[in-house]
Ligand binder design. Structure first.
Ligand code: SF4
Length: 493
């Protein structure tokens, strides 16, 4: 779609593109002068400000139909707040024009951001009751009732999480960027162990060093660790002995006495053994995540998994016998070759394992995933909608409630990923990271540290090097990131 943004020196391409992706996932932005007489798909977004009032007009053309939509909003608060109000007005005006020309209202209405629960939280902060805020999501942002409720449940869980936090609380993340094989939908920089086995030990050596340095810094800055999460990749790709060493290193380096949970992703059933689970139990891991994604064998094959549903059943028998306090399982709606019926079977079977956490993702196909490249048959938007419409009441009926959610680019049908849990089963780390409630200090290749100063309204990021090889060879990048981290907290006081 051809796009033109007029009347502002500010950079609003990102917000316009988010709306474009949410409403027209098949379109790509082209920034060129629009000619309404000859172009078939176009939008002109014009901003105008008079004092504290901002007017945004979107004129849109779509295959012969065209519509303008103008919106006026009052700007208030500091520069940061005003910028947020402008961006939301742009999103809303773009959405309303798109709705006029296509007649379609997507499930999240005009909300195009990845954290819709933040909008719900703002509505609560303005003094609305949860019921009023839910209604406002439907009436102001055109969110469907099912999603307004999801959003409100997640916002209320975030409020509970925030009430337990103090100013200098942080969480730790350790990344293991290795997997046994690469799944077809994956765009993550994970290295197949078959190809990079020789890197695992040097990687762990470099990681142990980073953990030591980071722990010293955390102690000097007087920060308190509230949760620890090991993800990937697939951490259980490591051997039992390597996991034992790594967990031992984290425990001896950091003071974890105030930590409410330790989570380890045991994502791929083909990496789990009794010995590894025993190591996790011995180290007090309170939550593991086993991620079958589907219980349909032909779908597992289509996504490049080497294990069968039968192996998942076997592993879950082992996991249940180990007595972890919390176990999560992930499913994905919209996988290639899956159907609403297949998804229903998967969810029903996964629920029967009796875990207290289930995360329902929607397939997101980023550039770089093999499915995008190979052109596999993936379920339609309507079919994915049907899968999620089955999941919501079914999970609620079984005593689960949504506690965090997020959206991704290129997600089937522009839906969402939702974490569900039974009472008391919240994975707090998931809420901390998703709602940006405090700093996440990430260690390991590809780690992205996000420093959060809630009171000062500041967020800053520092990225570790992506690939294990460069991470091992260039420790100076970690030192640079730690310097930025210290400076952030020194400013925070
Ligand atoms: S297990 Fe996860 S990180 Fe590893 S290849 Fe599959 S999708 Fe990617």
């Amino acid at each position: 779609m051809k796009l033109e943004i007029r009347g502002s020196d500010h950079e609003y391409k990102y917000v316009v593109e988010q709306s474009l992706l949410a409403l027209f996932p098949q379109e790509r932005p082209v920034y060129e002068m629009v000619d309404p007489a000859s172009d078939s798909r176009w939008a002109i977004i014009t901003l105008r400000e008079e004092g504290d009032r901002c007017h945004v007009t979107t004129e849109m053309g779509w295959d012969g139909k065209s519509a303008p939509f103008t919106l006026g909003v009052d700007l208030s608060g500091d520069d940061y707040a005003r910028e947020g109000q402008r961006r939301r007005a742009i999103g809303m005006s773009f959405f309303r024009a798109a709705r006029e020309v296509t007649g379609i209202t997507p499930p999240w209405g005009s909300l195009s951001g990845i954290r819709p629960a933040k909008v719900a939280a703002e509505l609560l902060e303005e003094g609305r009751t949860p019921q009023e805020a839910e209604k406002a999501l439907e009436e102001i942002y055109f969110v469907t009732p099912q999603r307004a409720r999801l959003c409100m449940d997640a916002a209320l869980a975030a409020q509970r999480a925030e009430a337990m936090l103090e100013k200098k609380d942080i969480s730790l993340y350790v990344g293991i960027p290795f997997c046994p094989t690469r799944c077809a939908y994956c765009s993550f920089v994970s290295n197949s162990v078959e190809k990079s086995f020789h890197l695992v030990e040097p990687y762990l050596e470099a990681l142990h060093q980073e953990i030591e340095d980071a722990a010293r810094m955390v102690k000097e800055l007087g920060l308190r660790v509230r949760s620890f999460y090991m993800g990937g990749g697939t951490p259980t790709t490591l051997t039992a002995e390597q996991m034992d060493r790594l967990l031992g290193k984290v425990e001896s380096a950091f003071d974890l006495s105030a930590s409410v949970e330790t989570t380890v992703e045991a994502g791929r059933p083909d990496t789990i053994t009794r010995e590894k689970l025993e190591v996790l139990r011995r180290h007090g891991v309170s939550r593991i995540s086993v991620n079958p994604q589907t219980m349909e064998d032909h779908v597992l094959r289509a996504i490049g998994r080497r294990h069968t549903a039968g192996e998942i059943r076997e592993i879950m028998g082992l996991v249940s016998a180990m007595g972890f306090p919390h176990v999560n399982m992930d499913l994905i709606a919209g996988l290639p070759q899956d159907t609403p019926e297949g998804f229903r079977r998967s969810l029903t079977e996964v629920m029967a394992f009796g875990t207290d956490n289930l995360t329902v993702h929607t397939l997101s196909l980023k550039k770089g995933s093999r499915i995008t490249l190979e052109g596999s048959r993936i379920p339609t938007e309507a079919e994915v909608g049907e899968m999620l419409s089955f999941a919501d009441p079914t999970l609620r009926g079984a005593g689960f409630a949504p506690y965090y959610l997020y959206r991704q680019k290129y997600q089937s049908g522009s839906f969402e990923n939702t974490g569900w849990c039974k009472e008391g089963g919240e994975g707090w780390y998931n809420i901390y990271i998703m709602e940006e409630l405090h700093t996440i200090l990430s260690m390991g290749a590809g780690g992205s540290t996000k420093m959060v100063d809630r009171a000062g309204g500041r967020i800053q990021r520092a990225f570790n090097l992506k690939f294990p090889q460069e991470y091992i060879q260039r420790p100076e990048k970690i030192a640079e990131n730690h310097q930025a981290f210290r400076a952030f907290y020194q400013q925070m006081g």
